[in-house]
Design a binder for this molecule. Structure first.
Ligand SMILES: Nc1ncnc2c1ncn2[C@@H]1O[C@H](COP(=O)(O)OP(=O)(O)OP(=O)(O)O)[C@@H](O)[C@H]1O
Ligand SMILES: [Mg+2]
Length: 164
């Protein structure tokens, strides 16, 4: 059995968007993508790609004051950004369960801050700076539904010849 993790190297914002686009293309209702990584790691960049893969025609940005933004593609994308989250009470007030168990799919930036309410099954994407323009992208599927995503990305990676 293939391991449920995959490590890729992205050498540009476009490559990160490309990985996201593959995930968005594969996504089905109820999917949850948890993005983890420091400031500027590329979480929003990855979300832009996921949105395009879902058929969203807008450019995803990080709103300053709202933590949840909706986009319409072949299903609703809930873009949740927990950067400004400060307390457990605020997290609970967001009522994220409604989005997690709805008909759309969810992408969470700064997902490590929302662990307390995240469902056990999800796909984690960890982004780390390697240099100004390179990022390590570690993808881990928790739950059988994500195994095929990793297989697909693994195959895509082989044909593109990036990563390791
Ligand atoms: N390989 C790469 N992948 C993604 N972004 C890259 C890459 N190389 C350079 N960048 C740059 O890094 C920045 C990533 O910004 P982005 O807003 O996506 O990060 P973020 O993780 O969402 O940050 P924040 O925590 O502030 O929300 C962009 O300016 C982008 O152009
Ligand atoms: Mg961001």
């Amino acid at each position: 059995v293939d391991p449920p993790t995959l490590t890729l190297i992205s050498r540009s914002p476009e490559e990160t968007q490309e990985i996201g686009k593959a995930l968005g293309t594969l996504a089905s209702p109820g999917d949850l993508f948890l993005l983890v990584g420091e400031l500027g790691a590329g979480k929003t960049c990855m979300t832009q790609g996921i949105a395009w893969g879902l058929g969203v025609n807008e450019y995803v940005r990080s709103p300053t004051f709202v933590m949840v933004t909706q986009y319409q593609g072949r299903m609703t994308l809930y873009h949740i950004d927990l950067y400004r989250l400060e307390t457990m009470g605020e997290l609970l007030d967001l009522g994220l369960e409604e989005y997690f168990h709805g008909r759309g799919c969810c992408v969470v930036e700064w997902a490590d801050r929302g662990k307390a309410t995240s469902p056990a099954e999800h796909l984690v994407v960890r982004l780390e700076h390697l240099s100004e323009s390179a990022r390590q992208v570690r993808i881990e599927g928790k739950g059988m539904r994500y195994a095929k995503y990793l297989d697909y990305l693994r195959a895509l990676n082989k044909s593109h010849g990036t990563g390791h």
